[in-house]
Write a protein that binds this ligand. Sequence first.
Ligand code: ATP
Ligand code: MG
Length: 247
Amino acid sequence: MSEFEVPVLVTGSQGRRRRIGIMGGTFDPIHHGHLVAASEVLSVFNLDEVIFVPTGNQPYKQDRDVTLAEHRYLMAVATASNPRFSVSRVDIEREGTTYTIDTLRDLRRVYPDADFFFITGADVLPQILGWKNSDALWSMAHFVGVTRPGHQLDTAGLPPEGITLMEIPAMAISSTDCRNRVRSGIQPWYLVPDGVVQYIAKYRLYRADGNVGSDRMVVSDDVSARAVGSSGHGRDSHADLTGQRKG
Ligand code: ATP
Ligand code: MG
């Protein structure tokens, strides 16, 4: 364990085990659909916090260009002032293709005594059985599948005790749509937090005429093979959404 990988002493409110929501995604860019999902699950499951985990950069060609991890991470950090939201770099910093099992293992080292709730939208549920070591996932986190417009909330083949389905306010927002809007010259006001609109404009992300520094890499968009990074864990590798390090 490096000097930065100090396990956090974790106790939830009322002296119980800490309850932590984990939301993995490409977040290219993060939008209000992600934030509403996290906020709803946080309230209903009485979580202490939700950690957003952006995928890293995939070193080999997959199905589409994904914005450099550092941009996606910083947009997530820039999102809101919710003190219960934070962003982790574990997937960004791990070498090689990142899988959810690795995300959960890395976060377990940081939070040895917390209960984990892995939050996914309805579109992702059918993919879980194809994820690496999917059998082992259910003992590492309780899964929460949330509704998403245009997708059936279906748990076919998934262990019923391992997953809870939850209806959330319908947000017909996707990162793909946000990117397409910017490419067409439309700013995605109100679909993403204001700071994200400004970040996209500042770094000219998603523009048809290319980005400053051509800082896009080809990476996987498969949440089951969620891209890359090395083993940076620890409280130090999380930032809260005001951009402060947590210690
Ligand atoms: P893209 O269009 O690039 O795939 P996305 O909008 O699907 O982007 P992701 O980063 O792929 O966003 O998704 C991360 C997680 O958030 C996934 O579990 C996904 O199902 C969930 N999610 C994304 N958008 C919504 C939404 N509008 N409502 C509910 N869940 C969502
Ligand atoms: Mg997606």
